[in-house]
Design a binder for this molecule. Structure first.
Ligand SMILES: C[S@@+](CC[C@H](N)C(=O)[O-])C[C@H]1O[C@@H](n2cnc3c(N)ncnc32)[C@H](O)[C@@H]1O
Length: 270
């Protein structure tokens, strides 16, 4: 028998969630009631949420760019802020683009590109086996290829010099600040998805260093950063021989560095 979804039952679930500190208790109550196939399952789901597990882990999915993205415990939960990066990438991608998502986590960015760019050929990679399992589920319908390993290491060599859109939402929280993140992140998400090293840009520097070898001429690398990382992130991509622009969204509270491999010059041009 499905869970009781009467107004009284909804109020009772919301009250339990509110008492546990959930700010959007009514909305979460609706989601949990819809997800539960029985009263017993609802009790278990509410218990997990009241104990502090992120809602997305309890539901098993997160919303991203209008898609339901599967997320397993410990896998980085795609942030709504990152929809800004997705939109920037979609605007740059032509039909049939070769899209690579390094540090793909659940594969949310790659899935958003696959859904929005006709004929996109999508590849994704992550070092974390749990993330790779999730990304494989999320990209199966789009025919995406998912690899496990360090940054570009596991990608097929045939992609070298052919990537039109390189998505790299890498970990960018400075090590000393990981402990200051909200408990849902610091206590539940894998540290490898959060910790960007001393200044938060260690992984981005490695991605920038490798990007010119993988990007097609005119191809773009897009990475989310924090506002105070703009100067250092721009320096990292330009040091790698890429051009850099920075885009911002107040609505999403997001900053993205958009780097490009210069298009090859006509040898006859001056
Ligand atoms: C901030 S999360 C972003 C995940 C996903 N791109 C998103 O936007 O939801 C960073 C991801 O980078 C992965 N990662 C960290 N270091 C890595 C490395 N050296 N090679 C590959 N993946 C790495 C983590 O496992 C994590 O999934």
């Amino acid at each position: 028998m499905p869970a009781d979804d009467t107004p009284a039952a909804r109020s009772a679930v919301a009250a339990r969630l509110r008492a546990a500190g959930c700010v959007y208790a009514e909305d979460e109550a609706d989601l949990l009631i819809s997800a539960a196939r029985s009263e017993a399952e609802l009790t278990a789901l509410v218990g997990r949420r009241a104990a502090g597990q992120p809602l997305e882990y309890v539901l098993g999915w997160a919303e991203f760019c209008g898609l339901q993205i599967a997320v397993d415990p410990t896998v980085f939960i795609p942030r709504r802020r990152t929809e800004f990066l997705a939109g920037q990438a979609i605007a740059l991608a032509r039909p049939g683009a070769v899209v690579v998502d390094v540090c793909c986590g659940s594969g949310a960015l790659a899935a958003a590109l696959a859904a929005a760019v006709p004929g996109a050929r999508v590849h994704a990679a992550d070092i974390d086996p749990a993330a790779v399992r999730c990304a494989r589920r999320n990209l199966a319908a789009a025919g995406g290829h998912v690899y496990q390993g360090d940054l570009f290491g596991p990608l097929p060599a045939g992609l070298r010099g052919r990537v039109d859109i390189l998505l790299a939402n890498v970990p960018y929280v400075p090590t000393s600040e990981v402990g200051l993140l909200p408990p849902e992140a610091r206590d539940h998400e894998a540290r490898v998805g959060l910790d960007g090293g001393a200044d938060g840009l260690e992984v981005l520097r490695r991605v920038a260093g490798g990007a010119p070898g993988w990007l097609a001429p005119g191809g773009h690398l897009l990475s989310e950063i924090s506002e105070r990382q703009v100067a250092a992130a721009t320096a990292a991509v330009t040091a790698a021989g890429l051009t850099a622009a920075v885009t911002r969204s107040v609505e999403h509270d997001a900053t993205v560095v958009v780097a490009a491999r210069p298009a090859e010059q006509d040898p006859g041009a001056r």
